[in-house]
Design a protein around this ligand. Structure first.
Ligand code: TYM
Length: 334
């Protein structure tokens, strides 16, 4: 709790171009929850280096992601929006938690298996202990709730396990966090292969909608989206392409799949795809405009970056000192 408010933590990696999946699965919910909680939203640039990055590009993307958080509607005066690498406590707590995490647990992580297969020439230890750094992110702020897409639920589960293990030994040190998954949009799939999640790293540009895509590109990508030959807008397992488009439509318009089935009863896929494309354009356009404006204001962004890093450092130190004391590190002499 901070000032009687429960705490929320979440983050995104500053790699690649953000997709509609990142927005509907996470960012959109962050905005809707931001009044209710004391929020920490991190640009997790330390996680990004588990895969090789070009330094200049990484720096640019981190700033662009931070700007996007604000453009999406998060008020940086109320929400702590900061770079993970500016707060040393993340790495410090991660080291400690590494000593309370088992190899067997980490071996089960599907994201590790996927990434190791994709980057077979660089299966580094950071990639393996990635979930421990993520646990440190969350536990450092004593977060009650963590809004994420479905693909991150396994990481949330291991975070809870580590926290419970630690608390079991040292008493109530960490708050046990709960995941928050939105009703729609928690798993947006590729537009070209609805059995795969929409991902920043997909090589097929038509598979993902990027947050900075212009309206024509968005409409074109939806027109080309893979569907089936049933020719009716129905929300079911057998029509994964249409199901995904319905999910997107629902998340953009805050409606339920039944409403969409009714609205498009008797209409063909062409009409429906167009409507989905237009809904996405109307969600992304204002965000893109705010992003363009904000990016120009260097002094404002710099001040946000500085203030919020200090705030995050302050709260994270509170937990870190407590943990260090519990495990028996010597006291600091003042
Ligand atoms: P990342 O950067 O891959 O994704 C950021 C957020 O977007 C969600 N997401 C999706 N949701 C629905 N459909 C999709 N196709 C889709 N793709 C991505 C993710 O679930 C996530 O919520 N490990 C995390 C970053 C992280 C983090 C944390 C998150 C580091 N520390 C602490 C929460 C709390 C990651 O790689 O997310």
């Amino acid at each position: 709790m901070i000032d009687d408010k429960k705490v929320l933590f979440s983050g995104m990696q500053s790699t690649g171009n953000l997709t509609l999946g990142n927005y509907l699965g996470a960012l959109k919910n962050w905005v809707s929850l931001s009044d209710e909680y004391e929020c920490f939203y991190s640009v997790v640039d330390m996680h990004s280096i588990t895969v090789r990055q070009d330094p200049a590009e990484l720096r640019k993307r981190a700033r662009s992601l931070l700007t996007l958080y604000i453009a999406a509607g998060l008020d940086p005066k109320k929400n702590c929006i900061y770079y993970q690498s500016h707060v040393s406590g993340h790495a410090e707590l991660a080291w400690i938690l590494n000593c309370f995490t088992y190899m067997g647990e980490l071996n089960r992580m599907t994201q590790f298996k996927d990434k190791a297969a994709k980057h077979a020439d660089n299966i580094n230890a950071g990639l393996f202990t990635y979930p421990v750094l993520m646990a440190a992110d969350i536990l450092l702020y004593q977060a009650d709730v963590v809004p994420v897409g479905k693909d991150q639920l396994q990481h949330l589960e291991i975070t809870r396990d580590i926290a419970q293990r630690f608390n079991g030994i040292y008493g109530d040190v960490f708050t046990i966090p709960e995941p928050y998954v939105g009703k729609s949009g928690a798993r947006i799939m590729s537009l070209q292969d609805p059995s795969k999640k929409m991902s920043k790293s997909d090589e097929n540009q038509n598979a993902s909608i990027y947050l900075m895509d212009d309206p024509d590109t968005i409409i074109r990508k939806f027109k080309r989206a893979v569907t089936d030959s049933e020719a009716c807008v129905r929300y079911c397992e057998e029509q994964p392409g249409i199901r995904n488009l319905i999910d997107i439509y629902c998340a953009c318009n805050d409606v339920k799949p039944e409403d969409v089935e009714k609205e498009f009863d008797g209409k063909g896929y062409g009409d429906f795809k167009m409507a989905v494309g237009e809904s996405v354009v109307s969600v992304l356009k204002p965000l893109q405009e705010r992003y363009e404006q904000l990016s120009k204001d260097k002094a404002y962004l710099d001040s946000i970056i500085k203030e919020n890093a200090e705030k995050a450092q302050y709260y994270s130190n509170k937990t870190l000192r407590k943990v260090q004391k519990k495990i028996g590190f010597p006291e600091r002499i003042r």
